[in-house]
Design a binder for this molecule. Structure first.
Ligand code: HEM
Ligand code: HEM
Length: 125
């Protein structure tokens, strides 16, 4: 699967989960999960869909090592971070237990974005 399609497919799955959380919050009038809902939709759907469209717009960026690094680091970092936020907001873990896993997951997302930026500077024309 090329990077563009990978991001678009994964983004659509995050949108489904994000909307389900939104519907749950509205139905229950319990907004504890609002930041999680926001980041499933934003880090998941919005960012991944923007990335997917950009890889389609600039095909020279797609399929190289930087694109693969970008895709997998984003998938791993975002998933771990969102699972940690779910555990936090559902009261399963204390805030203190988020360290060091959450900062590491954030760093992984940051590294993925660095791979994306280098690829963009080199290959988006
Ligand atoms: C049918 C779809 C959706 C439903 C039912 C829904 C529902 C909600 C609800 C109930 C809240 C909490 C409002 C409050 O705290 O008073 C919320 C907040 C939010 N939603 Fe959604 N939402 C949906 C789709 C989306 C999408 C597609 C995005 C982004 C692309 C999004 C981004 C946000 C953001 C940024 C917040 C604010 C979070 C915060 O205050 O921490 N939502 N949504
Ligand atoms: C690793 C990446 C990210 C981290 C660690 C992060 C972290 C945070 C934190 C700590 C907050 C404050 C939450 C609160 O007040 O309860 C926040 C809020 C917010 N973030 Fe992020 N964020 C990330 C990515 C993004 C992305 C990619 C977007 C948009 C595309 C985004 C949009 C927002 C918005 C709209 C809010 C405000 C929600 C509100 O008002 O409640 N974030 N983020």
């Amino acid at each position: 699967m090329n990077t563009a399609r990978g991001f678009l497919v994964m983004g659509s799955l995050y949108l489904i989960i994000g909307i389900l959380f939104g519907m749950y919050m509205g139905g229950k009038q319990d907004f504890t999960f609002a930041p999680l809902h926001a980041h499933i939709n934003l880090l998941g759907f919005v960012l991944m869909t923007v990335f997917g469209i950009l890889y389609r717009l600039f095909p020279a960026m797609d399929g190289n090592l930087l694109a693969r690094l970008h895709f997998w680091l984003h998938q791993i970092g975002a998933l771990v971070l969102l699972i940690l936020l779910f555990l936090l907001f559902s009261g399963r873990v204390e805030e203190s237990a988020m360290v060091p896993a959450a900062p590491i997951a954030e760093l992984v997302v940051l590294l993925s974005v660095l791979a994306y930026a280098v690829n963009l500077f080199r290959n988006a024309r």
